[in-house]
Design a protein around this ligand. Structure first.
Ligand code: HEC
Length: 378
């Protein structure tokens, strides 16, 4: 059985898809632990998270692991995607479904990050929750209705169910089509053992990060600094990228950059193998008369071309993320928003559904500005 399905080669770059898969399993484990302590009520959520982090043995470690693993999954998925693109996996019509499900997996992973940020329900989570209706509010025609819908239907228990049940189920179905069905043929046991062994260095790094770079949650006893978390890569960075145009623009540019572009890109890329013409193995061009064609076909030019394209894409992607998120003070919100400060502090208000009481929430530029420059914008 196993001699028919041999891995193509042992390039280490093949390994990141498997890394993301193992990390998903770890994420499931740490997530089940967190669920045991979580109280999905507006008044109790942050307290339960604080209790878990500060009182429960291993609680801080597992909570921070859950957070760092989220980042690790995202990075692994990006490397895996770049790698599959370079290998031109989308040209392979027989393996269409692997490409499609792979691209579609990006959606639930993004949504898991969003809902995961909201659940602790400190001011960071509160902010993310408020930006979801604002984001959908920008969609033409149906925007206002959608915005109202997201505000009306938000409750912590619902978002908890989405985070721990609905999204993981969607992931499971997609991962099954993407990968598990193939893995069952290849032999799960050997695969898992091999990948677990190569994953150990990453797990060690994640443990070290989870012990030394933690989310401050001892407020109001020990309050964080306002700008704490600047320069520390976090899962939010990726989610902030799509919201970033809200900081600089209003109206059409926001719609173009935050809504149309990502949606169109996702669909174009997801269905690539369905409309690209497959190259027939026997009919590779044989006329290599021009110098250009000869150079291209012996690989030099196409290699250079691909190298430049990949470098550009990666540079643009990371440049944007750097630009957008490097000074995001992710951990510092509770330095001002804590129980000792009085007005609008402590646990986020539960009357947020009536935005006439908190008009700032409708002002996207203010909201984004307050995230990046909390000490400047009031
Ligand atoms: C330097 C102190 C300070 C820091 C740090 C801070 N905030 Fe604020 N925040 C305030 C003040 C003061 C207000 C009320 C502003 C107003 O009413 O105009 C506010 C308002 C808000 C609001 C709007 C709701 C309302 O009451 O109007 C949100 C949401 C918010 N902060 C989220 C955050 C997040 C997320 C962070 C961390 C990235 C953060 N804040 C960091 C001081 C701070």
């Amino acid at each position: 059985m196993s001699d028919t399905i041999k891995p193509q080669s042992h390039n280490w770059l093949h390994y990141f898809g498997g890394l993301a898969f193992l990390m998903l399993i770890l994420q499931l484990g740490t997530g089940i632990f967190l669920t045991m302590f979580y109280d999905p009520t507006l008044k109790g959520a942050y307290k339960s998270v604080q209790y878990l982090t500060n009182e429960v043995a291993g609680g801080s470690l597992l909570r921070n692991l859950h957070r760092w693993i989220a980042l690790c999954i995202f990075l692994a998925v990006i490397i895996h995607t770049v790698r599959s693109t370079l290998r031109k996996d989308f040209m392979n019509t027989a393996k269409r479904v692997y490409w499609l499900t792979g691209v579609l997996l990006i959606l639930p992973i993004f949504l898991l990050i969003y809902t995961g940020l909201i659940l602790p329900w400190e001011w960071k989570g509160y902010w993310f929750m408020e930006m979801i209706p604002n984001y959908f509010g920008e969609i033409p025609v149906v925007g206002a209705t959608l915005k109202g819908f997201f505000l009306d239907t938000f409750t912590l228990p619902r978002y908890l169910v989405i985070h721990i049940l609905i999204l993981p189920l969607i992931c499971l179905v997609l991962v099954d089509y993407h990968f598990l069905s193939r893995l069952r043929k290849r032999g799960i046991f050997r695969y898992m053992v091999r990948h677990t062994i190569i994953t150990i260095p990453f797990i060690v790094i994640l443990f070290v990060l989870s012990v030394y770079v933690t989310i401050p949650s001892q407020d109001p006893d020990i309050i964080p600094l306002p700008l704490e978390g600047e320069y520390i890569p976090t899962p939010e960075w990726w989610s902030l990228l799509i919201l970033l145009p809200f900081l600089y623009f209003k109206g059409l540019p926001v719609q173009l950059l935050s809504i149309y572009l990502p949606v169109i890109l996702l669909f174009v890329i997801a269905f690539l193998p369905y409309y690209l013409k497959e190259r027939q193995p026997g009919t590779i061009q044989t006329e290599t008369n021009s110098l250009w064609k000869r150079l291209w076909h012996n690989g030099t030019l196409s290699l250079v071309f691909r190298g430049v394209v990949v470098t550009l894409i990666v540079a643009i992607l990371f440049g944007l993320i750097y630009l957008g998120s490097y000074n995001s003070p992710t951990f510092g919100c509770n330095s001002c928003h804590n129980l000792y400060r009085g007005f609008r502090m402590g646990v986020p208000p539960d009357n947020f559904k009536d935005r006439t009481k908190l008009p700032n929430l409708d002002d996207n530029a203010w909201m984004m500005g307050h995230w990046f420059y909390p000490t400047e914008i009031y």
